[in-house]
Design a protein around this ligand. Structure first.
Ligand code: G6Q
Length: 546
């Protein structure tokens, strides 16, 4: 007989946290720092070269103790072990969840369905490296004998956001003589703009799709094929020289006309949003080279090891996950702002949106019962200092509580005059102002007239984490991504949800397919939607046929 399930809100630690919150909500960070002068040094943790300052959170040692107890009561340790062991923890799809195997060392053994998957991972990595070396050195020639100078990745969702983010983040290390573009949207403009100034003879398309059936990707791939054939005289054998695929579906790849020898595989135990370090990262490897790609994998692995083996009290992903739960489920915070003070990380918040919200945007538990607590927060953000001149106003003086993750680096990759000091001065100033604010007395002391004082008061008490690393290298990027992957895992384990399925995305893939024939039909079709949808379709068809 299976053990009765304890609901999250019935757990001892949860109840203790709910009671504790009644006092915690009255604390101000000014007092917490005032009564503990060493707090800013004490509430910090460091792992694999990432330094986390979590002192500017509305917590005491007691809060942290209770949060760690909650993680333990929810069986986080067992869940971590189950993931690393290759158990099928994605229960709704009956799949293992093994992005950690993508960066496992050669001699590791992780068994899925009786087979050690690590040798296959390394075989694909070696095949990718060989291909990348050939393209980057000019050994791989296009149909006309010219070398490849442009790479266009075609993919969407998990087959796009990771590659785009990693390319932008690691541009400093990229081969500048080559051009990299990313096409995702089924809006034809995406393809048109990405290719308008490219020469077909020098262009390589990577069709990245786990399933090789996704509407957007297949439509863009078909347009790319037509564009290439038009540009190179129509000989179908051009495709083999200008198209490669990243997929788990060899049959569909060969039906498209791509030589299976030019297919880079991965496995159903890699979720799309967890795939940037699989063959889906082929464009990243082409840009930064195999050595840098391996350094990135090493960064991922170091954070994996930290997550797997460090006690929860000092475990970066666990601490950040628990703090997130504290605000999400007890303070009722709805969002988290991710604010990198590093222009190269400009796509990092967009990447995290998918990783966090697709994973933990769930409304039922693993057992299928509706949750009676909030799951994933809404993640959003922009790089600093730009955001300071727009939405930070609401974070400082609005009515909502928005916990922030600041990310910054000690060194600029390309130092330029005073820029880096100014950048870092801003990130430190922001977290300070958010935490401590400015009281009416302080405002008055500045000579502000009485009527203006309320407008100039900053309540403060706005929590934030600050993550500092030495510089943005490929391995640091790997550590940062793995950090958030494991934050998500930890929160999903506590919320007792399946963080690895995405039925909401699947729904989108099906729905549009029903309407496509109605829009493309040459004759009138009877519309059977609701009156609003019918009306919108009719209006579109009228314009289209006019
Ligand atoms: C990711 C999601 C989703 C997926 C895309 C693309 O976890 O499942 O974003 O990556 O829908 O799917 P394909 O790679 O199969 O084209």
């Amino acid at each position: 007989m299976s053990e009765p399930i304890t609901l999250l809100t019935q757990r001892k630690a949860w109840k203790a946290l709910a009671a504790h919150y009644q006092t915690a909500r009255t604390w101000h960070l000014r007092e917490l720092f005032g009564t503990d002068p060493k707090r800013g040094e004490r509430l910090t943790a460091e792992a694999a070269g990432l330094f986390l300052d979590y002192s500017k959170n509305r917590v005491t040692d007691e809060t942290l103790k209770l949060l760690v107890e909650l993680a333990a009561e929810c069986g986080l340790r067992e869940r971590i072990d189950a993931m690393f062991r290759g158990d099928k923890i994605n229960i709704t799809e009956n799949r293992a969840v093994l992005h950690v195997a993508l960066r496992a060392p050669k001699d590791a053994s992780i068994v899925v369905d009786g087979k050690n998957v690590v040798p296959e991972v390394h075989a694909v990595l070696n095949k990718m490296a060989d291909f990348c070396n050939r393209v980057r050195s000019g050994g791989w020639k296009g149909y006309t004998g010219k070398r490849i100078r442009n790479v266009v990745n075609i993919g969407i969702g998990g087959s796009d956001l990771g590659p785009v983010m990693a390319y932008e983040a690691l541009k400093h290390y990229s081969e500048r003589a080559m051009t990299f573009r990313f096409v995702s949207n089924v809006d034809g403009i995406d393809f048109v703009e990405a290719t308008r100034d490219l020469s077909p003879a020098e262009t390589l398309f990577i069709v990245s799709s786990k399933t090789f059936t996704t509407l957007e990707t297949m439509t863009n791939a078909q347009s790319a094929r037509n564009w290439l054939l038009r540009g190179l005289g129509g000989d179908k054998s051009t495709v083999a020289k200008h198209f490669v695929a990243v997929s788990t579906n060899a049959q569909k790849v060969s039906e498209f006309g791509i030589d299976p020898a030019n297919m880079f595989g991965f496995w159903d135990w890699v979720g799309g949003r967890y795939s940037m370090d699989s063959a889906i990262g082929l464009s990243t490897m082409l840009a930064i080279g195999p050595d840098n790609f391996r350094a990135m994998l090493d960064g991922f692995r170091q954070m994996d090891e930290h997550f797997r083996s460090t006690p929860f009290e000092r475990n970066l992903p666990v601490l950040m996950a628990l703090l997130g739960i504290w605000y999400n489920d007890f303070f009722g915070a709805q969002t988290v702002a991710v604010l990198p003070y590093e222009q190269y990380l400009k796509r990092f918040p967009a990447y995290l949106q998918q990783l966090t919200m697709e994973s933990n945007g769930k409304h039922v538990t693993l057992e299928g019962t509706p949750v009676d607590y909030d799951t994933s927060a809404v993640y959003w953000g922009e790089p600093g200092t730009n955001g300071q001149h727009s939405f930070y106003q609401l974070i400082h003086q609005g009515t909502r509580l928005i916990p922030c993750d600041f990310i910054a680096f000690d060194q600029a990759l390309t130092p330029l005059g005073r820029h880096h000091d100014l950048l870092l001065a801003n990130v430190f100033a922001q977290s300070e102002a958010l935490a401590f604010g400015m009281t009416a007395e302080q405002v008055k002391a500045e000579g502000v007239p009485d009527w203006l004082v309320p407008h100039r008061v900053f309540e403060g008490n706005r929590p934030s984490n600050t993550i500092l690393a030495e510089r943005l290298t490929p391995d640091v990027l790997g550590k940062l991504v793995a950090l958030y992957e494991h934050i998500i895992f930890t929160q999903g384990a506590i919320w007792n949800i399946d963080s690895f399925d995405q039925w909401g995305v699947q729904l989108g893939k099906v729905l549009a397919q029903r309407i496509v024939p109605e829009l493309e039909s040459k004759t009138a079709v009877e519309l059977k939607h609701d009156s609003s949808t019918n009306n919108l379709i009719r209006r579109y068809l009228k314009m289209k046929r006019a």
